[in-house]
Design a protein around this ligand. Sequence first.
Ligand SMILES: Cc1cc2nc3c(=O)[nH]c(=O)nc-3n(C[C@H](O)[C@H](O)[C@H](O)COP(=O)(O)OP(=O)(O)OC[C@H]3O[C@@H](n4cnc5c(N)ncnc54)[C@H](O)[C@@H]3O)c2cc1C
Length: 327
Amino acid sequence: MASGVLAFAESVGGKLKKSAFEMASAGRKLAEGLGGPFSMFVIGAGPGEAAATLGRHGVTKVLTASDPALERYSSDGYSLALAAAAAVADPAILLLASSAMGKDLGPALAARLGCGIITDAVDFSVTGGKLAARRPVYAGKVRALAEPASCPVVLSLRPNIFEPAAENGGTAEVVPVAVDLSGDRIRAVVTAIMAPEVRKVDLTEADIIVSGGRGMKGPEHFHLVEDLAAALGGEVGASRAVVDAGWRPHAEQVGQTGKTVSPKLYVACGISGAIQHLAGMSSAKCIVAVNKDPEAPIFKVADYGIVGDVFEVLPALAKAIREKKGA
Ligand SMILES: Cc1cc2nc3c(=O)[nH]c(=O)nc-3n(C[C@H](O)[C@H](O)[C@H](O)COP(=O)(O)OP(=O)(O)OC[C@H]3O[C@@H](n4cnc5c(N)ncnc54)[C@H](O)[C@@H]3O)c2cc1C
């Protein structure tokens, strides 16, 4: 009988993504609640190192699939591999991150297994062996409570919400999984990923984001946003208005048609707080808004609001932070 949790550990170029460690801690907590086993699954050219890393982070069993055809992501190949791993582990919950890959892979996997899916959950609980997950709907206006009607069920969790598993120096039992990729079972693969720019941290994984909106008045003033982000040790984001105007690259856009981010700190500078922007950042743990209009909707979701001019407030904040840090 299906029990426990099998979590997919996402990796890029053989390196585990931060979300893999978040799935490790969330998955273990889920499995404890369900009273079943917990294992993780890694795909790649040489998944041994990733499996060892997961072992050092407290995962005791790692299933692996290695095949040249799995070197590049494809919904067919990866969902076939995960279905093969599920046949071995027989989990009640198949867990993955609601990342760009997870948003493609989760539904493909659920369709392949003929089971249900709960996507983009930001919280979950297990009571009496039953899962209940909370997920934002209507662009973040409402949180829906979802309970699975199938077993197994695919569950995807929003990245950067759950605490990553800490290192404990353990080791994992490694179980290779055979995946039948013969014939034309893989119908399309990702052939190239065009990186728009060199970025230290993906916005979806950033702990601190300082975003600028139309209130910055022009691209020539974004150095103020960049400087505050640098003082805080964070990344730069943007509203769609400034991306559409060509002031900032699309990779920085936060919101419904941009990135969904959950940093520890989100500073919105000259951003009105349209519902489509809130959809991408309202799950940030602490929101600071700087806006000269006290009625701006962004203040409704802000933990701290500064009613003021970005051209005065941003340099003053950056200076104060540097002084506090002694830099
Ligand atoms: C289908 C759809 C999808 C969308 N997707 C997204 C999305 O993904 N992300 C997104 O952001 N938007 C999205 N939008 C657009 C969204 O509706 C808003 O138009 C956009 O977010 C507004 O950007 P903004 O806040 O920078 O600009 P504005 O709404 O023009 O706000 C500028 C703010 O700056 C303040 N300001 C002006 N000068 C100063 C100053 N000197 N100091 C301090 N404050 C100042 C103003 O008071 C104002 O509140 C979408 C819209 C649609 C229809």
